[in-house]
Design a protein around this ligand. Sequence first.
Ligand code: ADP
Length: 259
Amino acid sequence: IGGHPKPQEGSLKPASVKSIIAIGSGKGGVGKSTVSSNLAVALARAGKKVGLLDADIYGPSQPRMMGVSGRPASPDGKIIEPLHAHGVTMMSIGLMLDPDKAVVWRGPMLMGALQQMISQVRWGELDVLLVDLPPGTGDVQLTLCQKAEPTGAIIVSTPQDVALLDARKAMDMFRTLKTPILGMIENMSAFHCPECGHEAHIFGHGGVAAEAETLDLPFLGALPIDLDTRLAGDNGTPVALGDGPVAGAYAALADRLIK
Ligand code: ADP
């Protein structure tokens, strides 16, 4: 979370934002948005000033996961006021769009929307701005890495081979764009049966840690498949706000990032 305090000329990164961290995945549905919202909350609980930008153009889920709604205000038609939830300053492309309409945008439009969300939102002083990216390797990733000087990227994957296969492509893209990869997170790792305590590995076991080791990247941690995580996300109150074991795992993740 160190960041570069002085933005380069022409950079989209606001001067008041110390560090931008991109959260990416190869595939959709691996829990990238869930991890982003919980990590944002955990970093805020650890005393950091945190922003969360939902740039998942095709499936913006942060308004739901963070429990915010309504169109952000823009009194002068230029500066956009962010929303605040659970100690996190946030903005989502989903708040600017009709939730029932599909987004069919071309590259330049995507670039314009991302540009606005980074540089026209009144983010204020932030230690870190987490950017929840769309899955894969497209225009949003390209623009963010080339124009917003991210400190680095975090890759979320399940331990399943097909997810890891696509995660490798995402990491290759970040490497090509010279964005350092800060580490990998395994989501939907073990499932602990609440009835009998049995541990099942629905999507496999240890695949992300092994991949991180092969690629010589930090393994930041594993998060279980967990009913409370899903329910809390659906209710707009991320599980990291609580005091259970998953909240503890997110606090540990946040600690690793801060150090
Ligand atoms: P992505 O952003 O990668 O598309 P999401 O965060 O939207 O993925 O997660 C996809 C679905 O899986 C959501 O319904 C979410 O609530 C659920 N989910 C994500 N992580 C977990 C988890 N660790 N345990 C249980 N459900 C999860």
